[in-house]
Design a protein around this ligand. Structure first.
Ligand code: ADP
Ligand code: MG
Length: 352
């Protein structure tokens, strides 16, 4: 199959949330174009968790914000529940906002410091005319319990809570209207490593119990692997590899995926592991390299890679990769043929 199959015209009936060839550019000083997201296609099925991973600056948050219709795409489509919402006006978006929520990275800046937790959590309920004051208060109580916070939290303000607790509050707010899908953009990267696993477990648990489709965005592949059914790897605004979570991590086909895996320090009993450590910063999305956009940092690039851009092709069921050398490289697969990659607890990811 060629990458023509990315040019879907119709919504994929399997998906609750879908992006088709989504393209987002920004104008930067000097009139240049910054290609933040370049023809990404992705989908989240009902009750499925999809991980979107890539280094800082690869365009993940732009994808999230564009799906939420906070940025206007230059091209492509956004589909939710079978409906094309790419150009819906604010009024048309109201019912979608109820069904699709977002949790941001930083619970310090995403919660108004002057508002009581009750007000923070009930704000979406009021905006969507959920019910009487009593019904709203009852819902706030329920939500606090769901995210593991005490009832008396309702009458306190965000500054009285730790980062992890604040992220629980943000999660409670996102759940208020019983959404069908949540986008969580780096939900734990602002938190202490010791707290990260708690929030990840909370998201997992809620997703199981509440049957929510989840798009989890992070720069840490091991963390995304912990929670996702499927993973999409992004580089410079494009998808370079995707597949079922265990398969992608156990059998990476793109050298960038291998590099992301190598960058995560995992404890290993007495042995060297082969690492691909990327040197330098990612190239600028204003001046992107020709050919494969990853070639200047790729340890196995050939001449072809410097000239011709590899197409994003399906290599097996649910597996896609954009690499001329896919499957050719000497990846440290043995080390990653693990069913469960432990969270790098107590260790900061090498990236960011
Ligand atoms: P990530 O979330 O993966 O770190 P972002 O989506 O935040 O990446 O950013 C992708 C690229 O787009 C970066 O080069 C960033 O500087 C640029 N960018 C993001 N938002 C804007 C904006 N509002 N205006 C101009 N450039 C932006
Ligand atoms: Mg981001």
């Amino acid at each position: 199959m060629s990458d023509k199959n990315l040019d879907n015209q119709n919504p994929n009936p399997d998906y609750l949330l879908e992006a088709q060839d989504l393209k987002v550019t920004f104008r930067v000083p000097g009139g240049k174009k910054l290609h933040a997201v370049d023809k990404i296609s992705l989908g989240v099925r009902p009750r499925e968790t999809v991980g979107l991973v890539g280094e800082s600056g690869s365009g993940k948050s732009t994808v999230a914000l564009t799906l939420m219709r906070a940025h206007e795409p230059e091209g492509g489509k956004i589909i939710f529940g079978g409906q094309d919402i790419t150009h819906l006006d604010q009024k048309g978006l109201m019912p979608i906002r109820k069904r699709l929520q977002i949790v941001f990275q930083d619970p310090y800046s995403s919660l108004d410091p002057r508002w009581s937790i009750r007000r923070v959590i009930s704000e979406p309920l009021k905006a969507h005319r959920y019910g009487s004051r009593r019904e709203i208060n009852k819902r706030v109580e329920e939500l606090l319990e769901q995210v593991g916070l005490p009832q008396d939290a309702a009458d306190r303000v965000p500054s009285q809570f730790s980062g992890g607790q604040r992220q629980r509050i943000a999660v409670a707010r996102s759940l208020a209207l019983e959404p069908e899908a949540i986008i969580a953009d780096e939900p734990v990267s602002a938190l202490d490593v010791s707290i990260q696993a708690q929030i990840i477990n909370l998201l997992r648990d809620l997703q199981d119990r509440l049957n929510i489709g989840l798009l989890v965005i992070a720069h840490d592949l091991a963390l995304v692997h912990q929670i996702s059914d499927r993973i999409i790897v992004m580089y410079l605004g494009e998808a370079v590899e995707e597949g079922p979570s265990d398969d992608l991590v156990g059998n990476p086909q793109h050298p960038y995926t291998v590099a992301l895996l190598s960058a995560t320090p995992i404890p290993e009993p007495g042995g060297d592991r082969k690492r691909i450590v990327l040197t330098g910063d990612p190239p600028s999305p204003i001046y992107r390299p020709k050919g494969c956009r990853f070639h200047p940092r790729c340890p196995i690039a050939t001449e072809r890679c410097t000239i011709e851009k590899p197409p994003y092709i399906e290599i097996s069921k649910d597996r896609k990769v954009a690499c001329w050398q896919a499957g050719e490289m000497d990846a440290p697969r043995d080390l990653w043929a693990l069913k469960d990659v432990p969270l790098p607890e107590g260790v900061e990811s090498a990236k960011k």
